[in-house]
Design a protein around this ligand. Structure first.
Ligand code: FAD
Length: 123
C-alpha cells in the first residue's frame, strides 16, 4: 500500500484514534491508522478498558436506572471544581457529549464490536 492510496492518516490507536478512524469510515473515506507500539488501544487498553458515561443510551436496555444528575453528583463529590479543567460546564459537557458519543458508536455495531475486541484483547 502506498500512502497516497488512503484518504486520511490517523496517528495512534487510542480511543481518540479509533473513533476518528470510525468517523472517517462513516464519512465514506478510507483512513490509515498507524500505531507506534505493538498494541492497539492506547491508554484505555491498559487502564480500565471501558467507557464511563452516565445515562448512556445502552443502560435502559441493560435495565440500569441512571441519570446525568447522578453522574454530575458523583463527579462533584469525587473531583469538584478545581479550576478550568473541572468546571461545572465542562462536567456537563462530558456527560451530555458522552451520551451522543455512545449513540453514534452504537449506529455502527461492527466497528463498535471491533473496538471492544481490540480493547479487551489488549487489556
Ligand atoms: C486507570 C485509568 C482509568 C481511566 N478511566 C477513564 C474513564 O472512566 N473515563 C474516561 O473518559 N477516561 C478514563 N481514563 C482516561 C482515558 O483512558 C484516556 O484519556 C484516553 O484513553 C486517552 O485516549 P487518547 O486516544 O486520547 O490517547 P492514548 O490512549 O494515549 O492513545 C495515543 C496512542 O497513540 C500512540 N502514539 C503516540 N505517538 C505516536 C506516534 N508518533 N506514531 C504512532 N502512534 C503514536 C500511542 O502509542 C497510543 O496508542 C482513564 C485512564 C486511566 C489510566
Amino acid at each position: 500500500m502506498r500512502i497516497t492510496d488512503v484518504d486520511a492518516v490517523v496517528v495512534g490507536s487510542g480511543c481518540g484514534g479509533l473513533i476518528a478512524a470510525t468517523k472517517l469510515r462513516e464519512a465514506g473515506l478510507d483512513p490509515l491508522l498507524i500505531e507506534k507500539t505493538e498494541y492497539v488501544g492506547g491508554t484505555a487498553a491498559w487502564a480500565l478498558g471501558g467507557l464511563w458515561f452516565p445515562a448512556n443510551p445502552l443502560e435502559p436496555e441493560a435495565g440500569i436506572a441512571d441519570s446525568v444528575e447522578d453522574g454530575l453528583a458523583y463527579v462533584e463529590a469525587a473531583v469538584g471544581d478545581q479550576g478550568p479543567a473541572t468546571t461545572r460546564a465542562r462536567q456537563e459537557a462530558y456527560m451530555r457529549g458522552g451520551q451522543r458519543l455512545i449513540q453514534r458508536l452504537t449506529v455502527y455495531p461492527q466497528d463498535t464490536a471491533t473496538l471492544a475486541t481490540f480493547l479487551k484483547s489488549n487489556a
